[in-house]
Design a protein around this ligand. Sequence first.
Ligand SMILES: Nc1ncnc2c1ncn2[C@@H]1O[C@H](COP(=O)(O)OP(=O)(O)OP(=O)(O)O)[C@@H](O)[C@H]1O
Length: 502
Amino acid sequence: MSSPLIELDHVSKRYPNGFVALENVSLSLFPGEIHALLGENGAGKSTLMNILYGVHEPSAGGVLMGGRQVIHRRPADAIANGIGMVHQHFKLVAPFSVAENLALVARGAQRKTLRRHAEIRAFMQRYGVDLDPNAIVGHLPLALQQRVEILKALVNDTRVLLLDEPSTILTPVEIRALYATLRRITDRGTAVAVVTHNVDEVLAHADRYTVLRRGKTNGSGLTAACSAEQLVEKIVGRTVSSGTRLGAQRLAGGEQLNIQGVNVRPGSGSPGLHDINLSLAAREVVGVAGVEGNGQSELFALLAGESVPDSGEIQRSDTQVTLALVPQDRHHEGLSLDLPVSHNLLYPDIMQGHYRRFGLLDHSAIAQRACEMITQSDIRTHSHASPARSLSGGNQQKIVVARAMAQDASIIVVYQPTRGLDLAAAEAVLMRLADAADAGTTVLIISSNIEELIRVSDRIVVMNGGRITGEVTGEAMNIERIGTLMTSGRSLSLQGAGEVHV
Ligand SMILES: Nc1ncnc2c1ncn2[C@@H]1O[C@H](COP(=O)(O)OP(=O)(O)OP(=O)(O)O)[C@@H](O)[C@H]1O
């Protein structure tokens, strides 16, 4: 066997607040392998990646390359040593072209090489990516923006590529295409490490896995020698049942909200909304499926009151109908990252003047209620007073969902509610949405995860090009039917072979 390209040697990480996120973790990444890193929300996966990439330094232990210890004080040090990283939140310059985004990060000789479009095309072709170098990045679908991020991370002779939850924003077809691209990358001798919560994806595409549990290694090995059940048990410490259908048996109640003939003009990079007719009743879960960028965010903005229809209208059945929202971008819309977890959880109540005593905030009442919600939603945080920024991505998402669920609204609109959540946490959120619908609430769930939509929805509407192009219920709620409705007439193709065309 060849020697590892990079190793973590008995690494521990203690954050300044005293929290130990990693304890004595060792990991080796070999040339040509796809290595999956799994673990519950807060297990320490991002911390580990950030140590490899020089964002954090280990508190104990070291990082070895070629058997020798290296010190990465900042990402620039890691990049200089051939390490590239694709973050969950893209770091692209949206108004710039593909070529300009690549040029921004190119160093040394690459800066000259990548000046000509023919050279850029040849560079992209090596990885099976066929993008127009002049395409404006902000106008590309998310899956292709991700390709640009990957290319950026590869520009500077990268030998180790790290990806933090790349598949959460992708459809199953796009996930296959992503791994085809990653395989082309490993075929050139690069080591690829991928953080993911998706066990099936790991078994289908990764060569080896490492599971972290509460900051410690809880198993590693060849994926070929491991079953889905074994992996889940290593991740969660128990089995998780996730097969049962949670929708389709309810008898919907009276209409709560009716969207009639709504049109919103297309904008830059937005398909707009066209002739949207959708009635939402009490006691039902309505799923919205679609390839990202086909009007889902416009529909969410409409319901959230952030956009006004150019024509058509939205009618609530009476003035008592209230709405709670889970936006998809937890960092920009869902949280105040520097405020404590407790204030993020109770934000709507605090803004409405609750939790006050003698005109001042009643901090002990806030803390008490926040602690109840933290326990109920299994939010892993040092304290209710910790800034939301210090929580892992999945635990931040749990705050946003817990807050919406606590509002007792007539309608809950959730956009990618389980994005970034581990198996057990995702399951808990789906169960809570199903329970809310059983109790009479209307739930509208927008998600790119078709399987989760099928599990939880009573009916699913499909969006394509800013229109509702179909609605399925009962037996017709299957991946093939929904997939067909999602992709018909689509100009973008992401094929399993990893070829990407626009
Ligand atoms: N800057 C920080 N200060 C204090 N604690 C932190 C900081 N960053 C992360 N943590 C804590 O370290 C633990 C591990 O976080 P990390 O982000 O590595 O988890 P993760 O496995 O990537 O989780 P997720 O799947 O939710 O993204 C969490 O409990 C988190 O609250």
